[in-house]
Design a protein around this ligand. Structure first.
Ligand code: PLP
Ligand code: SF4
Length: 350
């Protein structure tokens, strides 16, 4: 078994011992619809003796993906409704998404943009389209932050990243550049001196939002890659998706958040899974999610608390869906629930 080669199709999965021959045939139908990829680092992390391995569940295709529910949609968070020019999503006044690439080093089976990413996806913006996207950012002085996402922007070469960032460096009103990526975890050796040098732009503050969902993903190599970024002055925050069979357990989630904080990554968002096609086997109810998230409050440090978020279908943006601890009883008088579920009147009656 050669685990040093990226896995890109059903044959590779079978050769790596991640699926058995009987599964291969039925998974071809999944492969026709949705891209497959695992990096050597992730293939190595999978425990082949565990049929419910949480790493495998994230990356190894499943026939359940062929089940599409009526409420699921190709563009679950409504990117399209807010795209003024190709590659840009401008939903909130002060920040835009710049989707320059639609390729990832791994393809997550629950991906919210699964209809847009992969070899058959929207590809990489050509030079003219990218110029038009930058012109849009330049022309809109209210844009304070540019979020490079996709796809995974860190699949680009350091040279390409440097070119893009040097354009942003010249746009004065842009102060923050944020990358959404999985690379430090799934391909940690890619975070080398050349890449880090490319990410540093004079006059801009760089944030990296790292996507990881299970504490085992934060291997020693992944933690070292994150440390290189933080040591270079880049601020790291986390993004995770709450996924059935991966991290829908307060103990697992607590271990994940603690691993982030130990790695100098501030937990940022815990996303409720989006209504992407063929992903219902990953979704739990919001009430179940709230219960898991509420259990974190008493269990781990405040530094470890993420915000539980739903991207409202149709392009209405993100909403904080953590359990609301405050209820107004009458004007100026509230009932507040603590992490154990106890109720307290605020202000207290003497
Ligand atoms: C999620 C998202 C953002 C970023 O939102 P934050 O709350 O700032 O992390 C920006 N624009 C769009 C279109 C988004 O979907
Ligand atoms: S890395 Fe992000 S964009 Fe790429 S497949 Fe995973 S969730 Fe989708």
């Amino acid at each position: 078994m050669n685990v040093m080669r990226p896995i890109r199709n059903v044959d590779d999965l079978a050769q790596a011992g991640l699926i058995d021959a009987g599964e291969a045939l039925s998974l071809e139908a999944v492969a026709e619809r949705y891209a497959i990829a695992l990096t050597p680092a992730m293939a190595k992390l999978i425990d082949r003796s565990d049929p419910a391995d949480p790493i495998a569940r994230q990356f190894v295709p499943d026939v359940a993906e062929l089940v599409v529910l009526p409420e699921e949609r190709a563009d679950p968070i409504g990117d399209h409704a807010h795209s003024p020019v190709e590659g840009i999503v401008h939903r909130y006044p002060d920040r835009v998404l710049l989707k320059a690439v639609h390729v990832c080093p791994v393809y997550c089976r629950f991906c919210f943009r699964r209809e847009m990413v992969g070899p058959q996806g929207l590809g990489t913006l050509d030079a003219a389209t990218l110029d038009a996207a930058f012109a849009y950012i330049r022309d809109h002085r209210e844009i304070w932050e540019v979020i490079l996402t996709g796809g995974d922007p860190l699949v680009l070469s350091p040279r390409r990243l440097e070119e893009m960032l040097s354009v942003l460096a010249d746009i004065e009103h842009v102060k923050i550049v944020r990358f959404h990526t999985r690379v430090p975890v799934v391909d940690p050796l890619k975070i080398d001196g050349a890449l880090i040098a490319a990410l540093k732009v004079s006059g801009k503050t760089i944030y990296v939002a790292l996507h990881a969902n299970h504490p085992r993903e934060l291997t020693a190599k992944a933690r070292a890659a994150c440390a290189r970024l933080v040591d270079a002055g880049i601020v790291l925050v986390s993004q995770s998706v709450l996924l059935k069979g991966v991290n829908d357990d307060p103990d697992v989630l607590a271990a994940l958040m603690k691993a982030f904080v130990e790695t100098r990554i501030k937990p940022y968002y815990l996303h409720h899974p989006d209504l992407a096609p063929g992903t219902s086997h990953f979704r739990l109810t919001i009430a179940e999610g709230q219960k898991i998230v509420a259990a974190l409050r008493g269990r781990i440090s405040g530094l470890c608390q993420p915000t539980y978020i739903l991207d409202i279908p149709g392009g209405h943006g993100k909403a904080d869906i953590g359990r609301n601890a405050v209820h107004e009883i009458r004007e100026g008088c509230y009932s507040i629930s603590d992490y154990r579920g106890g109720e307290h009147i605020y202000p207290p009656a003497e």
